[in-house]
Design a protein. Sequence first.
Length: 239
Amino acid sequence: MISETDARQLTRHRLVEQVYGAIFSEITEGRLPPNTRLIQDELAEAYGVSRQPVQQALLLLRNHGIVRDAPRRGLVVAPLEAAFVQNLYEVRGVLEGLTSRLAAERNAARAGREGPPLVAAGRAAVQAGSVAALIEADIAFHRFLGDIAGNPIIVETAAPHFNHLRRIMGEVLREDEAMPARIWDEHAAILEAIAAGEAEAADRLSRQHIARAATVFVERLQTQEDAFAQEARSRRVRR
């Protein structure tokens, strides 16, 4: 039987998770843009909680690289940097290629049985035009591939990246109406290769999929960085 103390701790833990999720969703969906100052009292009031779970959630977000300290401003939403995204997707390309190769070698039949509903969910999210649903469907698809690859170390290695991937996808998918359909066409092709047991093709298609996404994401973020830099230079000149 759980003690009263343990029950209170569990409740506090769940509350911190809920606040973390709420702040992260606002960041991913663009309601809290990069460099937005995060004020604990305002967030506590907005979510109807005390300052303590907000403080703990913000610390976790900082540890995960989603928010960061800013001189004289406290915590702000961390900008997505093109160089970081490039580095992340270089690693992800290797992981996804290996994941798909192993999935084709070890669990082709399971891919054929359980994969199509995930692709269908992704296509439904495209039709609905919901960025949040698109992100969750994308994460679910890639987690499924990690599961059927049969290598838990791949899953453990990829897991810390998912929050960053959610942010990146949220940033780009809001601005590109054509990209979601292309993503799910590529997912369907990858799944088809895996289900057919074509390991080399699955590896190649997965790497190409990640490389194409990286090109779009990095170019979009680099354009934003250049625009912010130009704006900052203009402000300094006006002063």
